[in-house]
Design a protein around this ligand. Sequence first.
Ligand code: AMP
Ligand code: MG
Length: 312
Amino acid sequence: MARDSVLADLGAKGADGGAARELTEAVRRYRIDGASVRLADHDPGGTGPFTARDRGLARALLRAHTAWLTDRQRALAAQGQWAVLLVLQGRDAAGKDSLIRHVMSGMNPQGCDVTSFDVPNAEELRHDFLWRYHRHLPTQGKVGVFNRSHYEEVLVVRVRPEHLRSQHLHPSLIGPDVWDRRLLDIAGFEDYLTRNGTAIVKIFLNVSKEEQKERFLRRLRDPAKHFKFSPSDIRDREHWDAYTEAYEAALGATSTPRAPWYVVPADRKWYARLAVASILVHAIAELDLDRPAPLLADPETLQAARAALEDA
Ligand code: AMP
Ligand code: MG
């Protein structure tokens, strides 16, 4: 589907066409196209073409995007040939959970699976590192969201060596090249998936160190938010620069035309949600969803069933 027709569709769903176009142009710049990535070049505070005063407009645009997704998810499910995987990565308090709630709000729960990946369990640690992620991939016709993902295997596992130690690997398998090999394996895994009908969209929610501190403090001051806080959040914050390096290596090594990474500014949640909705809309628009689904019955059987019901 051409970009112009998506924008026209969004307009029909109540969005301001000009703003939707400017947003599309802005999010294109978040895509990683080269192998060398410096997060310092990406402003976590960006709000694309909008200012804080445009929040009403941003809300209307988000509604138009979720309405578009509702409609196209139906086509995706009916056709049953493509799967869509949204990979969400970000540091603690980057806004992953609330983004899922807002961007996926129009989706039919039957066609959408969200999987959150925590520290692996004993069984998972006895398998190859991609096993547990592969098991949760969306099937044809569905949308899958990974809240954290296989990328943790080259992020937290890289920054905190105790995780690698718990993976029961022979010392000959964990030499200095282990991370580059994993990145190659991940790129190969994603290539394989895209060649087999899974469209992959990868988002890094780029929150600043200052904004993360504010969000942690808000969680700690409000008892209703205490459940969100984990002591590992502070430990990971102490390793901020090591995570930056691990992210830069991962984004650079695995952003491909088929499975690109987007570094989305995340200090303003209202904008991050809208940017991710726009990225998802344009990725789904690339799929040929209007080709009719293969019929389970031949036309004569359908006709006979209809005649039998009408005569009954
Ligand atoms: P949260 O996303 O805040 O619920 O936290 C999940 C925690 O699980 C984070 O601290 C992640 O770093 C951690 N985690 C996720 N995947 C892995 C993994 N493969 N190995 C070790 N820790 C992980
Ligand atoms: Mg956390």
